[in-house]
Design a protein around this ligand. Sequence first.
Ligand code: AHR
Length: 646
Amino acid sequence: MKVGITLIMLIVWTQLIFGQKEFVVEIRKTGATIQPEMYGIFFEDINFGADGGLYAELIKNRSFEFYHPFIGWTPFGDVKILNENPCFDRNPNYVRFHEQGWRSGTGLENEGFVGIGYKKNNTYNFSFFARVPDKKEKKFRIELIDSNANIIGKAYIQVKGANWEKYSCTIKASATESKGKIRLVLETPGIADLDHISLFPSETWKNRPNGLRKDLVEALYDLNPGVFRFPGGCIIEGNTLETRYQWKNTLGPVENRPTNESRWNYTFKHRFFPDYYQSYGLGFYEYFLLCEDLGAEPLPVVNCGLACQYESKECVPLENLTPYIQDALDLIEFANGSPSSQWGKVRAEMGHPQPFNLKKIAIGNEQWGEIYVERLVKFIDAIRKTYPKIEIVGGSGPVPDGDKFDYLWPKMTELKVDLVDEHYYRSPEWFLKNADRYDNYNRKGPKVFAGEYAAHDRNRNNNLRSALAEAAFMTGLERNADIVQLATYAPLLAHKDAWQWKPDMIWFDNLSVVRTPNYYVQMMYANNSGTNVLPITLNAKPICGQDSLYASAAIDTKTSEIILKIVNASDVIQNINIKLEGLKKGIKNNEIKLTTLHTNNPDEINTFEAPLTIVPAHTSIQATGNKFQLTMPGNAFYVFRLKINL
Ligand code: AHR
């Protein structure tokens, strides 16, 4: 009884405080185009997102090229690192096994990326390059091991010949294990050399060799991304210029792509990863191919001649910038050039004679100051001269306001870049407050690319509160689609046991994937973007977060659908009326399809134990004439979709 009275009082109170809300959408006033690429993804190899994540290789340090070459490996018996007469000139280290009847035997174990994930009855493709200098045939035993030291898969390889050759076998796992390892044992006495020891699940995305983890790509695919920014982020800058991301090193046979130290190994002392390196197995060719698979427009970022300005003062003198500029030009040729061009030929030889249709390139990541501008100018001149149709993305620094930002934006306008990349990692409150950020932006300069953003709640969790703040902010991006043309959340991926940065859009361990509420917000936007903006008001006023309500409206002119997005970022139920002004022949079947994202507790997150705690739900409501109404709970994001009769 008491509960009932309290509930009625709460509803009355809510009505008094919040009253009726009327959204009016003017469906005949088709506004700015929403770019089909608008909602996309940004992938950076942070949080073991590439090696140990999207790139399906299960062995860490497969080429023994980490600074300490046995990182990831446990040798037993007589195993040495050598590099004379190597198999791969750019990854010269290899191991020599010398079996002389040790009690331990002679071999190696690899720990994977915080373990190796095995699935019962799945098969795994194992391979290595090997030679036996004494030309006497040697037998290797390969074992999949679970976390209790049990053998859950076994195979043998015979190695013969004094020249390097590739050997492979398939191993079936008899049990599921998320933190397994692999063991190699030389069974025959004598010497054998091994390099590039590799293990992939047989099942990868599209079952490509050197492939990508299927469940993770499926998560990206479901996002329906329009644009795909890659590969960084700070990764592009490097802690030093030597360790910057060099795209040319990521091409050709994977065995000979030189291993690079990760920018994210020692950045945070409280999340310290001396075993973080880049194999470049997921390189630029794989990236372009993935863009194609996902139907996303590529947006590569290149180094502009500066190492990460937070970490280093290293800066390429202007007179030495030519190779960096040439790298940018060559990248465009690699993507778009004919197979008879130098870099188009490399692409064709890797298996893709057709161009990748690159339209945009970003120069620099979070650079700032005059040193950035004077370098950027040189890139712009060269790119405009050779590729006048390629759009150029310039930066506005690491934060969305303040000195660096205020200095760079006018410079970008002066330099006539096509888009300016803005980054905002701010509190949910900031995101809500800034939902109208672009309402009064200068329309005459470059367009905006919201290149990295995420709402950082106090605990930095991927909770519903942060997701709703992003959804609310994105209503502002969408309403201003004439100036905001691209948006990509960051970072994209994080390994549960090996992350450096959070929040992140998708979490994974060695066997499973958790899609966060932030992921679902992105998915709901990208799958419901519409083609053009429609004007929308709340109680006859422009939308600016009145009573914690945020909204945008769009039309899909191809399907005659009206799409409406509303966020209720308050904790209370709100009564919403929606009116479609200008509707002539009604709504098809009077039916409004509704996708909702909501839980009562905004602190809630999706976990590995309960990954479906916050997921979109689908329902429908009925319209009367050109109106419909509903009661919207607090802490909710709704997408409405309806077809108008023509
Ligand atoms: O997304 C994580 C990092 O945040 C990016 O590498 C960098 O651009 C930004 O500081």
